[in-house]
Design a protein around this ligand. Structure first.
Ligand SMILES: N[C@@H](CCC(=O)N[C@@H](CS)C(=O)NCC(=O)O)C(=O)O
Length: 239
């Protein structure tokens, strides 16, 4: 496909935007970044995001020069994968593709909500314990069940599933010990494979490129999420 004019609307702290950002870098597609405050629902932002009001959004110029927006992290990654995949995106095989979609839905339904609950509830309370149990259980299901070709190992390339999880993996490793005196397990084959994967995916050049001002990125994330850990984050936000 001829090269397209792509804009990525993003916010530096957002794990969903980071998915699409790291993935577009990994695919090597040319793009411009536009930094926005997604919580400021200006008419212009609502127009660009097609009334979703959330980052990320990929905006593309159509042949008639009008713009078309693809809001949503998974949706925008799917769009990018349709532009240029080279084995790093959705499979052309319908069965494998359905399996990839199952795991993406698993991440968004069963992992990210529990990631957030573990961060925002006080350690030890009933909800926190339940969320931690669910988080570990559902992560293990993904680690043990994801098709090898999509899991980041020496034999396989990183793909959409890896990038869908990576920003959350980074935040869990960084924020849980800091704010909840808790870390994911690291013993046993599955958890060791996971810890190894976290190191590899978060040090991938494409992932690093999605963390602007790298030297201070982690410190800024800690500061940003301090209010979430105190229960004062943006209410209703998916972060
Ligand atoms: N399901 C969306 C969630 C995106 C999301 O919640 N982004 C947050 C920032 S991390 C946002 O833009 N929030 C603005 C708001 O909720 O008003 C996706 O996968 O892209």
């Amino acid at each position: 496909m001829a090269s397209l004019d792509l804009n990525l609307y993003t916010a530096w702290y957002c794990p969903y935007a980071q998915r699409t950002w790291a993935y577009i870098e990994y695919l090597g597609l040319p793009y411009n970044t536009v930094t926005v405050d997604p919580y400021n629902k200006s008419p212009e932002w609502l127009d660009i995001s097609r009334n979703q009001g959330t980052v990320p959004v990929i905006q593309v110029s159509k042949p008639d020069k009008k713009q078309m927006s693809v809001p949503g992290s998974i949706e925008s990654m799917e769009f990018l994968s349709d532009i240029k995949s080279e084995g790093k995106g959705f499979s052309q095989d319908v069965i494998k593709r359905a399996d990839q979609k199952f795991w993406l839905a698993h991440i968004d339904r069963k992992i990210t909500p529990n990631y957030y609950r573990v961060l925002t509830n006080p350690k030890g309370c009933e909800e926190w314990e339940e969320a931690k149990e669910q988080l570990e259980l559902n992560l293990l299901e993904l680690i043990d069940g994801a098709p090898l070709g999509e899991w980041f190992s020496d034999e396989a390339r990183a793909g959409i599933i890896n990038f869908a999880l990576a920003p959350f993996a980074l935040r869990m490793a960084l924020l849980y010990p800091r704010f909840r005196d808790y870390s994911l397990p690291d013993t046993g084959t599955s958890w060791q494979a996971y810890a190894d994967w976290v190191k590899r995916i978060t040090t991938l050049p494409a992932f690093i490129a999605s963390a602007p001002d790298q030297e201070t990125y982690e410190e800024r994330l800690i500061q940003y999420y301090a209010s979430y850990a105190e229960g004062k984050g943006h209410q209703g936000a998916g972060t």
